[in-house]
Design a protein around this ligand. Structure first.
Ligand code: URA
Length: 263
């Protein structure tokens, strides 16, 4: 039987949900039976509140009028998303960063890898996964027959958290629309999340990576494969952990190959 959740866990879930609703442009919620002051009827009927896994990208036009939900040219979509991000100062992570690490790779990639946030090398170069964990990620990608440039690689936050601390929930929520827009612009066959923060962010709930890794999830109609972060692999370079990651990537490759041959 699962353990009852603690108050702290419930509060964390609530914060994530509220931050996601805020990113969706929903700036209030009502209690059952309560109406927004002055409103003839509640503006957000219960069925209109998206569940976290079905949520579409935030409904907003960019400052130049571009509609990120209507991307037809993936490369152009990514360029417009990067342009909207600009020289971002939306959260405190901008204060100590050297570079914004937007993401890189093939805009037509069948697979997108999502990590946590830039480290020192990524901050120095402006490129995702180029440090030690990145070298291992590149080897992981190559181990199943792809090249790094065939896939797309990005993170849940685009600026390095100081001293490589975990990104805070509000920082993740602030950066979240840009991740959603990237993923929806590319619309890969598979999203591979690396580590607990990436899959927890995507699914909007706090998950145990050891329980969920290797088990298909779905986000906005896109298959998601949670696996371990390469930094975890570096710290736990055991046969068992390596085998688990390799199994996950092989499963992804089979799924992609199968999707590519579907008419
Ligand atoms: N770890 C991450 O999660 N992302 C990077 O880009 C580098 C290290």
């Amino acid at each position: 039987m699962s353990q009852p959740e603690t108050r702290g866990e419930l509060l964390q879930k609530l914060r994530i949900s509220l931050a996601e609703l805020a990113a969706e442009g929903i700036d209030f919620v009502t209690r059952p039976g309560q109406r927004e002051p002055g409103a003839a009827e509640a503006r957000v009927p219960a069925q209109a509140v998206p569940s976290t896994t079905e949520a579409r990208a935030p409904r907003a036009l960019f400052s130049d009028g571009f509609d990120p939900n209507a991307v037809t040219d993936r490369a152009e979509g990514l360029r417009m998303i990067r342009k909207e991000l600009g020289d971002c100062t939306r959260c405190r992570l901008h204060e100590a960063r050297r570079s914004i690490v937007f993401g890189e790779g093939n805009p037509e990639a069948p697979v997108v890898f999502v990590g946590e946030g830039p480290g020192v090398e990524e901050d120095r170069t402006g490129r995702p996964f180029v440090g030690r964990a990145g070298e291992l990620l590149t080897k992981m990608i190559e181990s199943v027959g792809w090249r790094r440039e065939d896939v797309y690689i990005c993170n849940i936050v685009k600026c390095r958290p100081p001293n490589n601390r975990d990104p805070h929930l509000d920082e993740v929520a602030t950066c979240r629309p840009f991740l959603d827009w990237q993923l929806l612009a590319i619309r890969p066959h598979v999203i591979v999340t690396l580590g607990k923060p990436a899959i927890s962010t995507l699914l909007g709930r706090n998950v145990a990576i050891t329980k969920l890794r290797g088990i298909w999830q779905v986000w906005n109609g896109i298959s998601v494969m949670p696996t371990y972060h390469p930094a975890y692999l570096l710290r736990n370079y055991t046969r068992e952990v390596r085998q688990a990651v390799w199994d996950d990537l092989r499963t992804v490759r089979e799924h992609v190959n199968e999707a590519a041959t579907r008419p």
